[in-house]
Write a protein that binds this ligand. Structure first.
Ligand code: C2E
Ligand code: CA
Ligand code: CA
Length: 343
């Protein structure tokens, strides 16, 4: 039985070309007492996003994560879900601070389950890794990202689409060969985000494969830096051009004494290694201002844009361009807080 305060709903409007008003509802629900309210709001917003894109009501059941999650059932359903079009990619921009432009974009997978609603990757990536379905899932994300990158390019937005690659695939020669084949064959600009923890599993194979990808011009970003096992030895060895500081440090940037010191020294370290730095989890103008002063190169987070469907992301880019033109060749990301919060 769900209690009212455990259900967060959002109403959005989808405007068809004819002047009629369409109302769609996106919502998230959780059963039980112990739950993460921020996550519930995020799931409601993600459901609304999808509801707008697909023009139908979407309810996301967040409690699949807790006591209610049927891991075995998800494991069984995952292979056919990948084949039957239940997966979708959402896109979140990485904004270059100095250049004041969207530099690249990260693809984040979601599972639109017919009965359970929207399932976020935190709830099924580990399951996919355990069952082996991660291989098929990542091949699907790669194909989809290539197709979507082409659509962005045809709009005039030439930018790299970054994918998250699980550690177990990084050491898998068959997967890497297929990835190289697809990327070369399509000519699409695809980058990989990997964690150091992923490399530490089988370092020799992983580093050899990353070098192969790098020689082909696939940019590599080190994800979640500082969150797991961070090793300076690997940092030096990896052919990565970008370091992403884990959002855990960035979210606390303006409220903690130590995190600004850690972030500042990480930016300096990465620059000394000739890498660009991306701060993820940028939610406030204060954090953006501090990161800019610290010399951070790129920012990603809800302030700049939440993960959204491809169509919404295309509109976001079109609007950015429009605003840039309005600013008479001097586009600026220093906009009122209300501007950022709408995304
Ligand atoms: P990640 O790569 O660290 O992705 C960033 C996560 O932080 C995303 O969650 C994103 O929605 C969230 N996020 C972005 N900006 C903010 C912010 O300003 N504040 C806060 N609090 N959160 C923010 P999401 O989409 O649920 O993805 C979770 C994780 O799932 C990702 O973490 C990534 O490790 C994994 N993942 C996503 N897609 C794939 C995929 O296609 N393959 C693999 N192997 N893993 C994936
Ligand atoms: Ca990532
Ligand atoms: Ca990350």
């Amino acid at each position: 039985m769900k209690r009212v305060r455990d259900v967060i709903g959002e109403i959005g409007f989808a405007m068809p070309t004819a002047p009629t008003l369409e109302i769609v509802i996106g919502g998230a629900a959780v059963s039980g007492i112990d739950h993460d309210e921020v996550r519930l709001v995020e799931a409601a917003e993600a459901a609304l996003e999808l509801a707008r894109a697909e023009r139908r009501d979407i309810l996301s059941n967040v409690s699949v994560d807790g006591g209610g999650i049927d891991v075995l059932m998800l494991m069984r359903e995952l292979p056919s879900a990948i084949l039957s079009g239940q997966m979708t990619l959402h896109y979140q921009p990485k904004v270059h601070i100095r250049r004041q432009e969207v530099a690249s974009v990260e693809a984040l997978v979601r599972w639109q389950h017919p009965e359970r609603g929207l399932i976020l990757p935190g709830d099924f990536i580990a399951i996919a890794e355990r069952s082996g379905a991660i291989d098929a899932l990542t091949r699907w994300t790669l194909r989809q990202a290539i197709a979507d990158q082409r659509i962005l390019a045809s709009d005039g937005h030439i930018m790299t689409v970054f994918l998250n690659i699980s550690g177990m695939l990084l050491a898998d020669r068959a997967f890497i060969d297929e990835a190289c084949r697809l990327i070369i064959g399509s000519g699409a600009k695809i980058g990989f985000e990997i964690t150091e923890t992923a490399v530490i599993r089988e370092p020799e194979k992983a580093i050899a494969h990353l070098e192969m990808l790098s020689r082909l011009g696939v940019p590599i970003a080190i994800d979640d830096y500082g969150a797991g096992l961070s090793s300076l030895a690997y940092l030096k060895k990896l052919p990565a051009g970008e370091l992403k500081i884990d959002k855990g440090f960035v979210l606390q940037l303006t409220s903690s004494n130590r995190d600004p010191l850690i972030v500042r020294s990480t930016i300096d370290l990465a620059h000394a290694l000739d890498m660009e730095v991306t701060a993820e989890g940028v939610e406030t103008p204060a954090a953006l201002a501090l990161l800019s002063v610290m010399g951070c190169d790129m920012v990603q987070g809800y302030l700049l844009g939440k993960p959204t469907s491809l169509d919404v992301f295309r509109n976001y880019l079109a609007e950015e361009r429009h605003l840039g033109a309005v600013a008479n060749g001097r586009p600026t990301f220093h906009r009122p807080e209300a501007f950022w919060k709408r995304a």
